[in-house]
Design a protein around this ligand. Structure first.
Ligand SMILES: *Cc1c(COP(=O)(O)O)cnc(C)c1O
Length: 415
């Protein structure tokens, strides 16, 4: 267990979280190397012996240390911006194993990706196909491309993270895919490599994932029958993790279902998981500033806020909150809302939780490794939290806490 109670204190691997708080301050993201590697292994072992590539989705957590760890494990990357491409390169990642996804790639980003030699550009519209063809021509290259197809499958997840429905902005319509591939095959400066889909995030069961795989595989077979070879099928990411009471569905179940849906097609499978690699491998460590009893509610006002972890405010997401120190025997829990200091009523990390905690105590907001730090902001002029990666009995500061000076270093007062 990456995060477990030992001698009355919650630990990250071998290190007590109160020691980490003392050393690095709070709020602070804490990750477990072992947990990241274990999650990656659930994919690599489910795919062992196959011609398959795991492309870690950088937006889940783009810290260079995480990307370097992924590189060492043999992963490729799924990126959605020029900034993420630069991070992959800075971390020593292989552009030849990197997919460039996203609905709004700019000319500069496409040029950078072509010059870096990415494995594939995942196109999301016809104008993007034309733009990539033109830019590749100008650079004297052939751009490796795939279309992200919207399979019109309901991921049955939160509407903000559901992406595979007809009404979503992502991908090209399933019904239009054959026409677009025929067009791509005629263009001089693109080379069709594969096909992809990604139906959403935090999928709690394999059924929609497998259904999308089957639809995309059938489409790939029709394209091949029409003389357009499809070297890879990218089934996206989206496999859910344990936040609250979701039944833990092993990655192997999703992978087995997808492989079955691909049928005779045994080569060129790509998956791009993010959340399921790093989500449960991180927590947000925070300290209680005030206990504020109220007429209708009791509040624990902590030093982390929605700018550090946006998911509760944005998706009404549920994160487990644990006291770092075990409650003394006989202590009675009180029901609290755990809130930050930001001036928004939406600034909460958890609501209606029975906890034993007082001012100065430490809390751990669990399952915060994915879409935590990566969605953080400086709202209310709050410096971003430090990030620490624990490896056994070693703690590495992988991102220093921002300073107040950092906040306005790029700003200028009028002359
Ligand atoms: C965000 C994203 C992923 C990763 O999703 P997770 O839910 O974090 O696994 C994979 N592929 C694409 C195209 C994405 O946009």
């Amino acid at each position: 267990m990456a995060f477990a109670q030992r001698n009355g204190t919650l630990c990250a691997e071998q290190l007590p979280l109160d020691e980490l708080a003392q050393r690095f301050g709070t709020p602070c993201y804490v990750y477990s190397r072992a947990a990241i590697e274990l999650a990656y292994a659930s994919y690599s072992s489910a795919l062992a012996g196959r011609d398959a590539l795991i492309c870690y989705s950088v937006k889940a957590n783009p810290n260079l240390a995480v990307l370097a760890l992924m590189t060492r494990l043999g992963a490729g990357f799924d990126i959605v911006s020029g900034g993420e491409l630069a991070r992959v390169l800075a971390a020593g990642g292989d552009p030849g194993k990197t997919l460039f996804s996203g609905v709004g790639k700019t000319e500069i980003e496409i040029e950078q990706a072509l010059q870096a030699g990415v494995r594939c550009i995942n196109l999301e519209s016809e104008p993007e196909l034309e733009r990539v063809n033109a830019l590749a021509g100008r650079l004297g290259r052939r751009a490796p491309v795939a279309f992200r197809v919207n399979p019109d499958v309901d991921g049955r997840t939160h509407p903000y993270i559901s992406t595979g429905l007809r009404q979503n902005k992502f991908g090209v319509p399933h019904d239009d895919a054959e026409r677009l591939y025929a067009k791509a095959a005629q263009l001089p400066n693109v080379e069709v490599r594969g096909i992809g889909c990604h139906i959403g995030s935090q999928l709690t069961g394999p059924a929609p994932f497998v259904e999308a795989a089957a639809r995309v595989a059938a489409l790939a077979s029709r394209l091949e029958a029409a003389g357009i070879p499809i070297a890879h099928i990218d089934l996206g990411g989206g496999i859910g993790i344990h936040y609250q009471d979701e039944p833990p569905r092993p990655v192997a179940e999703f992978v087995a279902g997808a492989l079955a849906a691909l049928g005779a097609r045994r080569t060129g499978l790509i998956l791009d998981p993010g959340r399921s690699i790093i989500g449960n491998a991180g927590l947000l460590l925070t300290r209680v500033e005030y206990v504020k009893p109220g007429a209708a509610k009791n509040f624990l006002v902590v030093d982390a806020a929605m700018n550090d972890l946006l998911r509760p405010a944005l998706y009404d997401a549920w994160h487990e909150v644990r006291a770092v120190r075990e409650a003394p025997a006989g202590a009675r829990p009180v029901t609290y809302d755990v809130v930050g200091p930001v001036c928004e009523s939406g600034d909460f990390l958890a609501r209606e939780r029975p906890l034993v905690a007082g001012a100065g105590d430490l809390l751990a907001v669990m399952s915060a490794g994915a879409y935590g730090m990566s969605m953080s902001s400086n709202y209310n002029s709050r410096p971003r939290a430090a990030e620490v990666l624990v490896d056994g009995a070693q703690a590495h500061l992988i991102r220093a806490r921002e300073t107040i000076e950092d906040l306005f270093a790029l700003e200028r007062i009028l002359p």
